[in-house]
Design a protein around this ligand. Structure first.
Ligand code: CAA
Length: 241
C-alpha cells in the first residue's frame, strides 16, 4: 500500500484531478467533499477512491473525519488542502456571510486539517502538506476581496508552518493556479472571462486541472524534499510573482 494522501474537495474540479493523479502515482487516496453527493458518488464509482463528507471549515467535523480516515486507511502522510469556494461580489455589496463562508472554507480549513494531521507527521518524521492557493491571492482580483484575502492567507500559513516543520521531515508548499477550466471558473460571466481575464493570460488559454495535479504529485514525492515554504505559480503567465 502506498503512502496515505487526503485531498480536500477531492471529488470535483482541480481536486478530482489531484486525487486521480496521486492514485495513479501509487498513493492510497481519500477524497473529501462538502455537499454534492451525486458528484462524489460518481467520482467514487469511477475511480474507486473513497469519499468522506464534512465541512472543512468546521474544526470538530474535521477532527472526527480525520479520525475516521485514519482508522480506515491509516495515518495521513500527504495532505492536500484543495477545497475552496468563491462568493464573488464587490466589497460594497458583500455580506458578512459571503465573507465568512470564503474565509472559513479557504483559509480556516488549513488550520482545521493541518492541526489534525501534524502530530502523526511529526511522529513519523515525514510529511507533505500542499496548499492550493490562487493567483488571485498574489495579485488581487476585482470582486474577490474575500477570496483574495483567503488565498493570500494560505501563502502566509504555508511559509510559517514550513519553518516550524522543516526540521521534522515535513515540507509545506503552496501552488497558485491561475484560471483553470473548472466549474468555478466557468461560473464567471462569459463576457468578463472573455474581455477582462483571458486577454491577460499570455499562453492564451485556460489551464487544465491535470496541470495542477502534476505539480502536486511532484511536491508530494521524495524528490521534492528540499522544497519547502515555496509557492509554485501555474497560471499561464498571468502573473509572475
Ligand atoms: N476589472 C475592472 N472592472 C471590472 C472588472 C474587472 N475585472 N469586472 C467588472 N468590472 C466593472 C464592470 O465593467 C462594471 O463597470 P461599469 O459599472 O463601468 O459598467 C462594474 O465593474 C460592475 O460593477 P458592479 O459593482 O456592478 O459589479 P457586479 O455586482 O456586477 O459584480 C463581478 C461583478 C461579480 C465581480 C463580476 O465582475 C465577476 O464575476 N468578475 C470575475 C471575478 C473573478 O475573476 N473571479 C474568479 C473566479 S475563478 C477563481 O477564483 C479561481 C482562481 O483561483 C483563479
Amino acid at each position: 500500500m502506498g503512502r496515505v494522501a487526503v485531498v480536500t474537495g477531492g471529488s470535483r474540479g482541480i481536486g478530482r484531478a489531484i486525487s486521480v493523479a496521486l492514485k495513479d502515482a501509487g498513493y492510497t487516496v481519500a477524497a473529501t467533499y462538502a455537499g454534492n453527493d451525486e458528484a462524489a458518488n460518481t467520482f467514487k464509482d469511477e475511480t474507486g477512491i473513497p469519499v468522506y463528507k464534512f465541512d472543512v471549515g468546521d474544526f470538530d467535523a474535521t477532527q472526527a473525519a480525520i479520525g475516521q480516515i485514519k482508522s480506515d486507511v491509516g495515518a495521513i502522510e500527504v495532505l492536500v488542502n484543495n477545497a475552496g469556494i468563491t462568493r464573488d461580489v464587490p466589497l460594497h455589496k458583500m455580506s458578512k456571510e459571503q465573507w465568512d463562508a470564503v474565509i472559513n472554507t479557504n483559509l480556516s480549513s488549513l488550520f482545521n486539517l493541518s492541526r489534525n494531521v501534524i502530530d502523526d507527521m511529526r511522529a513519523a518524521g515525514w510529511g507533505r502538506i500542499i496548499n492550493i492557493s490562487s493567483v488571485n491571492g498574489q495579485k488581487g482580483q476585482f470582486g474577490q476581496t474575500n477570496y483574495s484575502a483567503s488565498k493570500a492567507g494560505d501563502i502566509g500559513f504555508t511559509k510559517a508552518l514550513a519553518l516550524e516543520t522543516a526540521s521534522k521531515g515535513i515540507t509545506v508548499n503552496a501552488i497558485t493556479p491561475g484560471y483553470i477550466g473548472t466549474e468555478m471558473v466557468l461560473a464567471v460571466p462569459k463576457e468578463v472571462l472573455d474581455s477582462k481575464i483571458l486577454p491577460l493570460v499570455p499562453v492564451g488559454r485556460l489551464g487544465e486541472p491535470e496541470e495542477i495535479a502534476r505539480c502536486v504529485v511532484f511536491l508530494a514525492s521524495d524528490d521534492a524534499g528540499f522544497i519547502t515554504g515555496s509557492t509554485i505559480s501555474a497560471n499561464g503567465g498571468l502573473y509572475m510573482a
